[in-house]
Design a protein. Structure first.
Length: 452
């Protein structure tokens, strides 16, 4: 290896990012690239109204699945890591979590079918494409399996397979779409199945060759999986909803064929503006255990220093994203998505600003959770959602541009509001840090750099 390469590696190791970041980073990078590949091909291969409907499915899956199953994944990872630190087998924990995941997924499937029949939410979110509801129900099952698998891997310190799940899912999602697009098939069903099925297949691929994940141990009580679980559920769901609030708002508020077709352009711009969020996921995945370990060990100065450095990175990425969106965004949109793309500089700048504020809020939320501020993080997300919905509801949509502006300003105001409340709570928590109050959390994760 050359001296220059060695210097680059050493420099990377000294970057202010938590342990576990690089192990997951490659999988997230592949997942992000393939997600955009999927979006590009779907935009080009489907009509605008069908593309908007498909992204209604995308948003449903990526709000509901992480919202309900990610907290379970986190608790599996925490509980298994806790047992490993005490030389106890984690198999009973995983089996208990699998049962909980199956019951939760089954309940959500039933609620989805009943809700579609009673409240016709498929008309609003899926623009009347009922076949996508079938794909959503399938996705609930496959993502339940994937999140339990990810929690099992993270609790056992298997960072490579964890990253493999993320990357493999992206590849398996995009590959069939390439075939469908090349064949000129414009059926929504195939695109919907390409979203719903890969999580299960990716889990099977990542588990291949893995041993010792279900080591025998003492029977698990439900209490081992219940630490702050309700707060994690609600906080995760609120955060995911706010993350997709702009696109969700346009899909729900769009009236008639013209606005529903125009929603496709908005959704493309929204995904362009989310690029910084995708890049930040690698840091988020390992941020909580690192900050919690520093605080629990009484290293308050290191906690504050590490958090400030991370916030500096977040602010820098956010400012850069806004600048790129405001200047090069429309050009990048047409380059990637073709002449069908039609969204202006102002729209992309506002969407990028909203995404920058969301990343800031997410960073502060992870620090709050590291200080056992689950409830405060939840309150902050709820405040953000209320502000977002309030701004969107207060506007008027005489034209399509007015509709877009309502969604953009609501998204920006909601994410900024959540970040401000997070910052206020965090300042209060940091000033009153007490290592002893974190002993139970640190006992579970101090030897384990990756929670989710």
């Amino acid at each position: 290896m050359s001296q220059r390469a060695q210097r680059l590696i050493e420099a990377a190791r000294k970057l202010p990012v938590p342990e576990g970041t690089y192990a997951v980073g490659l999988g997230l990078l592949i997942s992000g690239i393939t997600a955009y590949g999927f979006q590009i091909l779907a935009f080009k291969g489907l009509s605008k109204s069908e593309y908007a409907a498909l992204n209604g499915l995308w948003i449903l899956i990526f709000v509901v699945a992480p919202g309900f199953f990610l907290p379970l994944e986190q608790e599996v990872g925490r509980a298994v890591a806790d047992r490993r630190s005490r030389a106890l087998g984690g198999g009973p924990i995983v089996r208990k979590a699998a049962l909980a995941g199956a019951l939760l997924a089954g309940g959500l499937m039933l609620l989805s079918v009943v809700g579609a029949a009673l409240f016709s939410f498929t008309e609003r979110l899926l623009h009347g494409q009922e076949i996508l509801l079938v794909c959503f129900v399938i996705g609930l099952g496959t993502y339940a399996v994937q999140h339990i698998t990810r929690g099992t891997l993270s609790g056992n310190g298997r960072f490579g397979p964890y990253g493999m799940i993320l990357g493999t899912e992206g590849v398996l999602r995009m590959a069939p779409v390439v075939v469908v697009y090349a064949a000129g098939v414009d059926s929504l069903l195939w695109y919907g199945l390409a979203l719903a099925i890969p999580p299960l297949l990716a889990s099977l691929v990542a588990l291949r060759g893995q041993t010792g994940l279900l080591t025998p141990g003492p029977d698990a009580e439900w209490s081992e999986l219940s630490t702050n679980l309700t707060l994690l559920f609600l906080g995760s769901l609120a955060a995911q909803a706010l993350s997709y609030a702009a696109a969700l708002g346009v899909l729900v508020l769009a009236q008639g064929k013209v606005e529903r077709d125009a929603a496709a352009d908005f959704i493309v711009g929204f995904f362009l503006a989310r690029i910084p969020i995708l890049l930040f996921q690698a840091i988020q995945a390992a941020l909580l255990p690192k900050l919690a370990a520093l605080s629990g060990a009484g290293r308050h100065a290191d906690f504050r220093s590490g958090l400030l450095k991370l916030l500096g990175i977040v602010v820098g990425v956010g400012v850069l994203g806004i600048g790129v969106g405001a200047t090069l965004g429309p050009w990048a949109g047409q380059l990637l998505f073709g002449n069908k793309f039609n969204l202006g500089n102002q729209d992309l700048a506002l969407l990028c600003a909203g995404s920058a504020c969301f990343i800031l809020a997410l960073t502060l939320a992870q620090a709050l959770i590291a200080l056992l501020g689950h409830g405060r993080a939840l309150i902050s997300w709820i405040v953000g959602l209320v502000v977002c919905v309030g701004v969107m509801a207060a506007g008027s949509s005489a034209t399509t541009s007015d509709l877009f502006l309502r969604a953009e300003l609501g998204y920006l105001a909601g994410c900024a509001g959540a970040a401000v409340v997070m910052a206020i709570f965090l300042l209060s928590s940091v000033r009153s840090q007490r290592p002893e109050s974190l002993s139970l959390l640190i006992e579970a994760i101090e030897h384990e750099p990756l929670e989710i």
